[in-house]
Design a protein around this ligand. Structure first.
Ligand code: SF4
Length: 364
């Protein structure tokens, strides 16, 4: 248990490290890792819909239904076609990422009704079921804030699920980042992560760094995730994602966090979570990506040999071989993993059909 090991003051003080203390912090973060493997999952990124009830100040993914015309939703045949293609490249994970509660718009609601589904979660269940029936891939879904009942249903057809906490500060609901995003209410997100814990769903979550949060709020967010993990033990990985400014977004002129700021957060996250993988998305940090490994990051997340990363279309995933080279140069080895981490591959965390599916997967 890691219950009261760190106070908020301790965490803030680590995040404020300067000079030689930064080197010590990185060393401490790096020393928490087990072995020298940096894991990754070969995935196919499937953006089921770009419609979202939220309008986050940093988002480049979301579109209004009017902008999308006839492309509101990926249909089951399109999804299976894309997954079949990805299968040929050895992908094991079908990553379903899409706008939150898109069924709150009349356009998506009407379309789902025409297709015979009451809401997006029912549609997602169907898509995951088809994936399991028709491909060798394992679903990992990121539906955003959903109810406990919906999570329970989706557990049956998912190897793991995920949702970023982003930050636990309600103050950000009044700032450019989240003022138009009801789903970014931290209370709702914490409730969803806790419900996933109660249902024993292997879960991915994380923090978005540099969206206007204070160091205290960043520290509190890490401690909040620690509290949840102490209680339920279902968090398999924590993503430390840095805000990147992009032309045209509401936060276009907001400063990006410095490399040191992100490095320190990665090291602190690993120190607080020696039992959880720490992931930094390499596509957002092409030039600096190796540095995060030296601070304790031990997972690259999903790497796709085929589909584009639709959330950040201007930053394509580096080739897997290039990532392998960078990992090796930093003194580590890249190792493929499934969307569910080994410690959760058991009947407590996975449904029978997912467990059976995993038995037929060969990770070379
Ligand atoms: S919830 Fe996600 S998809 Fe929706 S606006 Fe925010 S960042 Fe974009």
């Amino acid at each position: 248990m890691f219950l009261s090991r760190f106070s908020k003051k301790d965490v803030v003080s680590l995040l404020e490290s300067k000079g030689g203390d930064i080197i010590n912090l990185l060393r401490d973060g790096n020393s928490q890792r087990e072995g020298s493997n940096i894991t990754f999952s070969k995935n196919a990124f499937i953006p089921l819909t770009e419609v979202c009830r939220n309008t986050c100040g940093y988002c480049t993914f979301r579109k209004d239904p009017q902008e999308l015309g006839n492309n509101l939703l990926m249909f089951p045949s399109e999804v299976i076609h894309a997954l079949k293609e990805s299968e040929q490249y050895g992908c094991k994970e079908a990553l379903f990422t899409f706008g939150e509660r898109s069924d709150e718009t009349k356009e998506i609601k009407n379309l789902l009704e025409k297709l015979g589904f009451a809401n997006m979660s029912e549609y997602l269940y169907h898509i995951c079921e088809e994936t399991l029936k028709k491909t060798s891939l394992l679903p990992h879904s990121n539906p955003g804030v959903i109810s406990r009942k919906e999570l329970k249903m989706l557990k049956e057809v998912n190897a793991s699920m995920g949702m970023m906490l982003e930050n636990c500060s309600p103050r950000l609901m009044k700032t450019e980042a989240h003022k138009k995003s009801p789903g970014k209410n931290p209370w709702l997100r914490i409730q969803t992560i806790e419900n996933a814990g109660k249902l024993k769903i292997p879960f991915t979550t994380g923090l978005l760094i540099g969206i206007g949060e204070t160091l205290e709020e960043r520290a509190q967010s890490l401690l909040e995730l620690r509290r949840i993990q102490n209680k339920y033990g279902h968090i398999q990985e924590i993503i430390i994602q840095n805000f990147r400014s992009k032309p045209g977004i509401p936060m276009e002129n907001h400063p990006e966090p410095s490399l040191l700021e992100v490095l320190k957060t990665v090291a602190v996250a690993k120190i607080i979570f020696p039992d959880v993988s720490i992931q930094v998305p390499p596509n957002l940090n092409r030039e600096t990506t190796q540095m995060f490994l030296l601070a304790g990051a031990d997972d690259w997340g999903g790497v796709s040999p085929l589909t584009r990363d639709y959330v950040n279309p201007e930053a394509p995933w580096p080739e897997i071989d290039e990532l392998k080279r960078l990992t090796y140069e930093a003194g580590f080895l890249m190792k493929e993993r499934l969307p569910v981490y080994p410690q959760y591959i058991n009947s407590e965390f996975l449904s029978k059909q997912i467990l059976e599916k995993i038995q037929n997967i060969d990770l070379k």
